[in-house]
Design a protein around this ligand. Sequence first.
Ligand code: RP5
Length: 213
Amino acid sequence: MTPEPLDALDADLRAEADRDRDPAVTPDIGIIMGSDSDLDVMAGSETGREGAYDALTALGFAEQTSYSDPPADRFTFETFVVSAHRTPGLMYTYAETAADRGIDVIIAGAGGKSADLPNMTASIAYPLPVIGVPVQEKSLPSVIGMPQGAPIVAVDAGKSYNAALSAVQILARQHDGLRDRLEALHADRQADVARVSRRLHEDGSPQFKADRE
Ligand code: RP5
């Protein structure tokens, strides 16, 4: 017997796919992960590295949490937990409905040695592009190891931030405004490097290290 919350989530995704909403009010990017324990890597965390959530919000995307009451922002993303092994039916539904729900790119992350969510999602959602994020180093072979003719784009372990930038690069081919935002973000990062470089040079290594601690 399928548990009721799983059936309900599945039905919501399928109903949304049938609604044929204006693309301006549907999420442009879908983020999925195998477990909520992946969230710090997939979204980013205050104590660790920045993640996809941080990159997307820095680029002016808003997280869409309701299909009927979308954010005012033009560009949005959604986030779900979808387990390839524990909820394969939900994975199938998510990937199969993504394009009809307005999603243009999926970012899929999973951890462990059998990190099959990204590669299976890529197979089902094809030709929608899927960017795989190995949540751990040991997940890398199973995320990128796709057979000939079954493509996935993938980033290095833990680099969901880069996956978000890649997703926006894909969208930017159709939206000039996004290209400008990507360039501005890149310029900010370059300025950060220059600021650090000048400080290291002018303070000297011992002082720089002491200030950093
Ligand atoms: C994978 O197993 C998930 O992506 C996660 O990284 C890992 C552990 O999942 P939990 O046991 O924390 O739910 O499927």
